[in-house]
Design a protein around this ligand. Structure first.
Ligand SMILES: Cc1cc2nc3c(=O)[nH]c(=O)nc-3n(C[C@H](O)[C@H](O)[C@H](O)COP(=O)(O)O)c2cc1C
Length: 149
C-alpha cells in the first residue's frame, strides 16, 4: 500500500473531477490517498510521500490555473524534491489555445525534473472536457500507474 498525496489547481472543477476519479481508483486498490488544493497545501510537506501527484489546468495562453499559480507555485520554487517519486496530470482545451494546449502538464513535469524529483510514469494529459474520458483515458492511465506503486 502506498501513501499518495495529490495537490491540484482547478478553476471550474475539471481537474478536481479527474483527481477525484484517480483518488477513488487508487483507494479501491488499497492505497492511502489525500487530495488537497494547492493554495491550502503547506510547502514544507511536498516530500516524504510514496507518491506525489501534481495536477493543474491551463489558462491565459499556457499558464497554470490562477489559485495554483499565485498561492502555491511561488512557495515551492526553492524546494529540493530529491528522492520524491512523482507523476503529473495536466488539463487544457485546444479550442482556447492550440500553441499552448495543456501547457500546465509540461510546466509541472519540468518542475519535477528541475527540482530533482523522479517522474515514474508518463504525464496524464487531458484535452477538452474530461467527463467522457474518465472511464477510458483516465482509468487506463491510473491502472497502469497502479502497477508501479
Ligand atoms: C479563459 C480560459 C483560458 C484558457 N486557456 C487555455 C490555454 O491556454 N491552454 C489550454 O490548453 N487550455 C486553456 N483553457 C481550457 C482549460 O484549461 C480547460 O477548460 C480545463 O479543463 C479547465 O480545468 P479546471 O476546471 O480544472 O480549471 C482555457 C479556458 C478558459 C476558460
Amino acid at each position: 500500500m502506498a501513501q499518495v498525496q495529490i495537490i491540484y489547481g482547478s478553476n471550474s472543477g475539471n481537474t478536481q473531477m479527474v483527481c477525484k476519479f484517480v483518488t477513488a481508483f487508487l483507494q479501491e486498490h488499497g492505497h492511502e490517498v489525500v487530495m488537497t488544493r494547492g493554495e491550502h497545501y503547506p510547502e514544507n510537506q511536498l516530500t516524504g510521500h510514496d507518491l506525489l501527484i501534481l495536477a493543474c489546468s491551463t489558462y491565459e495562453h499556457g499558464e497554470l490555473e490562477d489559485h495554483f499559480r499565485y498561492s502555491f507555485w511561488p512557495r515551492i520554487q526553492k524546494l529540493d524534491l530529491a528522492g520524491q517519486k512523482a507523476v503529473v496530470i495536466g488539463l487544457g482545451d485546444s479550442k482556447y489555445d492550440t500553441d499552448y494546449n495543456i501547457e500546465s502538464g509540461r510546466i509541472l513535469a519540468k518542475y519535477i525534473e528541475t527540482h530533482n524529483g523522479e517522474l515514474i510514469h508518463e504525464n496524464l494529459m487531458i484535452n477538452r472536457c474530461p467527463l467522457s474520458q474518465l472511464e477510458t483515458k483516465v482509468q487506463a492511465w491510473v491502472a497502469s500507474l497502479n502497477k508501479k506503486i
